[in-house]
Ligand binder design. Structure first.
Ligand code: AMP
Length: 260
């Protein structure tokens, strides 16, 4: 069982590790803050790290092997190859971060080849990333089974993220607007609303009310292709990104399920 991460572990990560431990004879976790997936001006240099604490956490969970390479080890030669996935990489989060998913897919392809055939665990928290990796595995016949795992949240709904460490106390409170708006949108869909435009504008209003939160996008898409839809039906996914102070946060939900 393989669990790739960028470290600064929280319960979202450890839920993946625990599941991998239950479902496999041996577990490998990786910690690598992958420069390829950060664009100029993003938070590569300030990304939170605490390798000592992460190592103890992995030991406590019973991870058999932790791979935490340096950038020099991963990219000892300039990297000329990259993984590109048409459509899936350019929409939604990819429209805001045009080089991001190619960087993710390329490093995950490397990790899959380093580790070999495995079950690989990814969080639904990064919904589009999960679709990107699943599509890459299918298209390029990796001997990997990709398993998506539910988003772990704090009791007030905020999705756990290493980037939550950037938030001040006030920003931390305001950040609940993301999950709150996803939940109230989901309740409306469950009550019968199917217009994506109506649900989107409801979310925009709710997030705009929160002065410390600046919405980047809200998109309603078919969950696996990430293609925008006008009418919400089974398989739809609502994705949000917003800036809260220094942190850029993302969240998503299946409107027929909500954030619970
Ligand atoms: P990261 O270290 O942020 O790259 O995340 C590593 C893995 O943990 C990815 O598969 C993420 O989707 C997953 N992950 C991050 N946050 C959460 C969360 N709150 N719940 C579940 N999985 C998560």
């Amino acid at each position: 069982g393989l669990v790739p991460t960028m470290g600064f572990l929280h319960e979202g990560h450890t839920s993946l590790m625990q599941r991998a431990g239950k479902e496999n004879d041996k577990t490998i976790a990786t910690i690598f803050v992958n420069p390829l997936q950060f664009a100029e001006g993003e938070d590569l240099s300030s990304y939170p790290q605490n390798l000592e604490k992460d190592i103890s956490e992995c030991e406590a969970i019973g991870i058999d092997l932790l791979f935490a390479p340096s950038s020099e080890e991963m990219y000892s030669q300039p990297i000329l190859t990259s993984v590109q996935i048409d459509q899936l990489m350019n929409s939604v989060e990819g429209a805001s971060r045009p080089t991001h998913f190619s960087g993710v897919a390329t490093v995950v392809a490397k990790l899959f080849n380093i580790v070999g055939p495995c079950n690989a665990y990814f969080g639904e928290k990064d919904w589009q990333q999960l679709q990107v990796i699943s599509t890459m595995v299918r298209d390029l016949s990796f001997r990997v089974k990709v398993l998506g795992c539910p988003t772990v949240r704090q009791s007030d709904g905020l999705a756990l993220s290493s980037r939550n460490a950037y938030l001040s106390l006030e920003e931390r409170k305001a950040a609940t607007a993301l999950s709150r708006s996803l939940q109230s949108a989901s309740e409306n869909v469950q009550a019968g609303e199917t217009s994506a435009a109506v649900i989107k504008s409801q979310i925009i209003d709710e997030i705009t009310d929160e002065a410390l939160v600046t919405l980047d996008y809200v998109e309603i898409v078919e969950g696996s292709s990430l293609i925008r839809i006008d009418q919400i039906s089974e398989g739809a996914r609502i994705l949000i990104a917003a800036k809260v102070g220094k942190a850029r946060l993302i969240d998503n939900a299946d409107p027929y399920f909500g954030i619970k």
